[in-house]
Every structure is written in C-alpha cells, then in structure tokens.
Design a protein around this ligand. Structure first.
Ligand SMILES: Nc1ncnc2c1ncn2[C@@H]1O[C@H](COP(=O)(O)OP(=O)(O)OP(=O)(O)O)[C@@H](O)[C@H]1O
Length: 353
C-alpha cells in the first residue's frame, strides 16, 4: 500500500509543482489503484508499512480517503508542501507533506507527534493525525477556512478590499499572545511564528499553527526562512528559544499596526531594509509616531492611544537584547488590559466616503 500510495499521488495528485491546483482522478484509476494497493500491502512487512495515527479519538478516515480527496495546494513552506484536502464525507483537512530528507527516526517522529497532539488550546491549530512511512511523512490538521493574518493584512490591497478593522486586529493580537503563552507554559517553543502561521477559525478566533516542528528539521534549513521574523540571536546562532518567539511576536504586532510585511519588497526599495522593528524605530525617532500606523486604521476614531500602547509592547518584544524582552504571560496581561479598555472606548467606524 505504501508504495502505491507514494507513486499514485506523487504522479497524479498532490504535485509539488503547484500548477495542478485541484485535481480529481478517474474512477478506473481508483479501482486499479486500490486493487493494486491491497496486493502490495500483503507483500510489505507489517513494521515497514505506513501508519495513519489519530491523536484525538477514534480513526476518522483512512489514508485511502485522503487519496480520494480533491487536493489543492495551499503553499510550499520550509517543512514541505501544504494541501487542502476535501474528503468524500465533506470534511476538509490540511495535509502537510514533511520533507523526508530532514525527518529523524520513526521513534523520534512518533514521540514528537504525540507531544504536539497533546497540546490542545482554543488558540492553537490542532494536529489531528500523522502518517509515517519510510518514504513519506504527513501531518493532518483541521482546515481553517477564514484565512491567515497574513492574507487578511496583505492580500487584495486594491480598491475592493475590506480592511481588517481595529477590533479584529486587537482580538487577533490577544488570541495569538494567549496561544503563544500557553505553548511557553507547556515548555514548548513555537519556532516559526509569523503572520501566515496565525489562522482564523470559524468562530473568529486566531490560532497558531506550524509550532514545534523545528525538531523535525535540520537547524541550518530552519534558520534560512522567515528571516524578517527571526530574532538577531537566532540569525547568529541558528537556535530557537522562547525569547526568540517573543521577538517574532513583536514583529507580528508591528505588522498588525503598520500593515507592512517584514517580507514586503517596498521596504527594501525605500532603502529601509527588511527589518520592520528597525524601520519602525527610525520613523518613531524622526517623525510623529502616527506616521508608522497603517493608513487603513486612520478611519477609526479614538484609537490612537491604544495603538501607541500596542506599539510600545511590540517594540519591547522586538528588543535586540533577548533578556530585556518581556515574558509572554506579561505580554498577555498588557494586551488584555488595552483590549479591555478598548471594548468600551471604541466607536463604530464611519462609513466609507
Ligand atoms: N490548517 C490550515 N488551514 C488553512 N490554511 C492553512 C492551514 N495551514 C496552513 N495554511 C496556509 O497554507 C499556506 C502554506 O502553509 P505552509 O505551512 O506550508 O507554509 P508557510 O507557513 O507559508 O511557510 P513555512 O512552512 O516555511 O512556515 C499558508 O498560506 C498558510 O496560511
């Protein structure tokens, strides 16, 4: 089954190239493949067969169900490629194919998955299941249909865009801080916090994803990505830490406040580099603080004080010196006290002209 599984979807299904966004195989191919699967699976020794393990509750589907699903590539990250898979029972999951070259032994992988699966919190994306075979490792997550903070902030900046309002930005910041503080209190490091790894669930809660995967990748590979979110000491020593997460969180807060992405090319074109904390500090030094804020936020009255308070938290988190950064517990308290006041002080946005 394993061999067929690999050849079958590598060839036809979830292609890494990305051109084939959504594909559906023919019924004949399915029948041939499943008959072939049954034959092959009888020839493969039990211990080297692939295993789909559910981390919460009973098995909800088989690997074959994943294969039959319509798959659409969501993106290609440093851990591998991510696909949205719509199953025949109409449930939707996200499947991440982990780059096999960087995965450790089966025992290490399974122990790591059990640890990640044990982390349950409303502000974390749940790891539902994993699949381990010699040549293939898959992670299965719940699908979050409402996009990422990255897409909400930066996608479709044209005239038809619906801006992300201040209330929602505050809630996302607060939820992300709570999720990260929970990870830290569990002794974990996120290791890859950035706006594309903060997803919105169907109730509007922000949830962190892609956490704790660093143990599965070669540190030199991990250190080269997400450069704009990485703390200076992480860039230098290629080692993740909770203090490094706090820095990344500070960059995410700056992104929420400025509407600029640390990966945005126009920051470079303006000669200001890709370093969002440095850019914000230079603007705050030279001009009015208000110049740093996203223009989209300017239509909300009575929020300037809150924005400035949030900016101070963001800059404290993104300090160069790791030891001077606050702990996430304190960050949560600070953000929630601003969010608490915010609930009573915010006015409805005026209608667009
Ligand atoms: N559970 C999910 N539900 C909905 N969208 C998701 C989910 N997980 C990831 N995505 C989206 O899929 C895209 C690809 O994700 P992926 O994790 O592969 O790459 P990345 O986060 O952009 O990069 P990296 O892996 O280097 O951190 C991202 O835009 C991400 O927001």
């Amino acid at each position: 089954m394993t061999l067929v599984f690999l050849c079958y979807y590598r060839r036809k299904y979830w292609r890494d190239g990305g051109e084939e966004k959504a594909s559906k195989i023919s019924d004949t191919e399915k029948m041939v493949s499943s008959a072939y699967s049954r034959n092959i699976s009888q020839q493969i020794p039990e211990e080297s067969r692939g295993r789909l393990v559910f981390l919460h509750g009973p098995k909800q589907f088989e690997v074959e169900d994943l294969l039959r699903a319509s798959a659409e590539m969501l993106g290609k990250g440093s851990f591998g490629s991510a696909y949205r898979a719509a199953l025949e029972d109409s449930s939707v999951v996200v499947v991440k194919r982990v780059k096999e070259a960087i995965v450790s032994s089966r025992k290490d992988f399974e122990q790591h998955m059990q640890l990640l699966g044990s982390l349950k919190h409303v502000n974390l994306v749940s790891l539902r299941a994993y699949y381990y075979a010699k040549d293939e490792k898959l992670l299965v997550y719940d699908y979050h249909p409402n996009g990422s903070l990255c897409s909400l902030l930066h996608a479709n900046r044209g005239p038809n865009r619906s801006p992300l309002d201040w209330c929602k930005r505050m809630k996302i910041a607060s939820d992300a801080a709570v999720g990260l503080a929970f990870l830290h209190s569990s002794g974990m490091v996120h290791g890859n916090l950035k706006s594309s790894n903060i997803l919105l669930d169907d109730k509007g809660n922000a949830c962190l994803t892609d956490f704790g995967l660093e143990g599965l990748v070669n540190p030199s590979v991990a250190a080269t990505r997400s450069a704009g979110y990485r703390a200076p000491e992480q860039k230098a020593h290629k080692k993740i830490s909770q203090k490094g997460d706090v820095y990344s969180f500070g960059v995410v807060l700056l992104e929420i406040l400025t509407g600029k992405s640390p990966a945005q090319s126009n920051l470079q074109e303006e000669g200001r580099g890709m370093d969002l904390p440095k850019w914000v500090q230079s603007v705050v030094r030279e001009e009015w603080t208000v110049e740093v804020f996203d223009l989209e936020l300017m239509r909300y009255p009575n929020i300037e004080e809150e924005m400035v308070a949030m900016l101070q938290i963001a800059l404290a988190c993104a300090l160069e010196e790791a030891d001077e950064r606050p702990k996430m517990d304190n960050v949560v308290t600070m953000i929630q006290s601003i969010a608490g006041e915010h609930r009573v002080s915010i006015d409805s946005p005026p209608p667009l002209p």
